[in-house]
Design a protein around this ligand. Structure first.
Ligand SMILES: NC(=O)c1ccc[n+]([C@@H]2O[C@H](COP(=O)([O-])OP(=O)(O)OC[C@H]3O[C@@H](n4cnc5c(N)ncnc54)[C@H](OP(=O)(O)O)[C@@H]3O)[C@@H](O)[C@H]2O)c1
Length: 323
């Protein structure tokens, strides 16, 4: 089977495609034939050695996949060959097949295609965790989403709308803002050209209630200043690179709260809690309350250019590799 391999942390152009033997499942494991592998911003950072976790090399990148079970190891119950499943692999997903513990599988909702299913867990898991476990969101409240045309951003709009909130999308291009509106954003801010704080306050009639910030850098402080009384600022990531120094008086003013969101670490600390979160997520999808976008598809051997496109900001929306 073919896999993408990172033999050294560094330029994404150094990734290679390797042919490896067919995997066999150990006790408690299954083999999943990958039909789509979700590509996230973090996959590129991991390969470049720019993420806080440095994987031992060589490794196969790819954090989440959707596919069909093709072999079942001893001791596995409740999973059969042919089942359509989603898996959060962490690593190893950019391959024709993955071997994974059966306990980590999530049943794919019938309403989804493989591409939609492969780009769900990381972005929607993070946002559902942020808005239900780390802070709260009431119907009618305003949510300002930065990087709104990206993977986390689009999921944030969808989850916030499902919770009855109103969304302002902030992004750099018309294409990204259009995608955000299609997902349910009510208003937009082109944050490279417009004053983010002033526009967000105007649109929300005084100040937003929640900020979702996966971008960081120079947009974080104006977004925090755009929050009204009891506003919550969710720190999700730093896609733009720099980490903003926040003046603490801005947290005191308006009784604001800055909320750290580290969904990935929490999944290891509380796997049962995460299983509950993912069950909730799949329930919302099956009920038609969430609307994961159909991603753009690329062949496996374009893994490096696709990850580069996310890192250099030229690719918009959700993206999958099709092995
Ligand atoms: N805390 C957690 O648990 C958690 C979970 C998942 C992801 N994350 C983090 O969240 C961040 C976003 O992930 P994602 O999957 O949404 O990525 P994505 O799809 O690539 O979107 C990131 C967005 O950031 C914006 N951006 C602004 N400046 C940028 C720059 N210099 N380079 C690249 N992008 C820039 C871009 O939007 P504009 O062009 O519109 O500005 C882009 O659409 C990443 O840092 C990721 O590691 C954190």
């Amino acid at each position: 089977m073919r896999t993408v391999v990172c033999n050294q942390l560094g330029p994404l152009g150094d990734l290679v495609i390797e042919e490896r033997g067919e995997p066999t499942p150990g006790e408690g494991q299954v083999v999943v034939d990958v039909r789509a592998a979700g590509v996230n911003f973090v996959d590129g950072l991991l390969c470049q050695g720019r993420y806080q976790i440095k994987p031992p090399i060589p490794f196969v990148p790819g954090g989440e996949i959707a596919g069909e079970v093709s072999a079942v190891g001893s001791g596995v119950t409740g999973v059969s060959i042919g089942d359509r499943v989603i898996a959060f692999t962490g690593f190893g997903g950019f391959a024709e097949q993955v071997v994974i513990s059966a306990l980590t599988l999530v049943t794919m909702p019938d309403t989804l295609g493989f591409g939609q299913a492969a780009t769900l867990i990381q972005s929607y898991g993070t946002i559902l965790f942020a808005l239900t476990r780390r802070t709260s969101l009431k119907p009618g409240e305003w949510v300002l989403v930065l990087g709104a045309g990206g993977g986390v951003g689009l999921a944030a709009i969808d989850v916030a709308r499902a919770m009855g909130a109103r969304v302002i999308a902030a992004a750099s291009t018309k294409e990204k803002l259009d995608n955000a509106v299609a997902m349910g954003a009510e208003a937009t801010i082109a944050y490279e050209d417009e004053d983010l704080k002033v526009r967000a306050r105007e649109i929300s009639g005084g100040g937003v209630d929640v900020v979702i910030d996966p971008v960081g850098g120079r947009h974080s402080e104006p977004a925090l200043r755009a929050t009204g009384p009891f506003g919550r600022f969710c720190v999700i990531g730093f896609a733009s690179g720099p980490i903003a120094p926040i003046p603490l008086n801005q947290v005191l003013l308006n009784n604001r709260t800055v909320v750290g969101v580290d969904w990935g670490a929490w999944t290891f600390r509380d796997p049962i809690g995460n299983r509950r979160l993912l069950d909730e997520l799949m329930g919302l999808i099956s009920d038609g309350r969430l609307h994961p976008t159909v991603p753009s598809e690329y062949p496996l051997d374009q893994a490096s250019s696709v990850m580069s496109g996310l890192i250099d900001r030229t690719l918009a929306g959700k993206v999958v590799l099709i092995p």
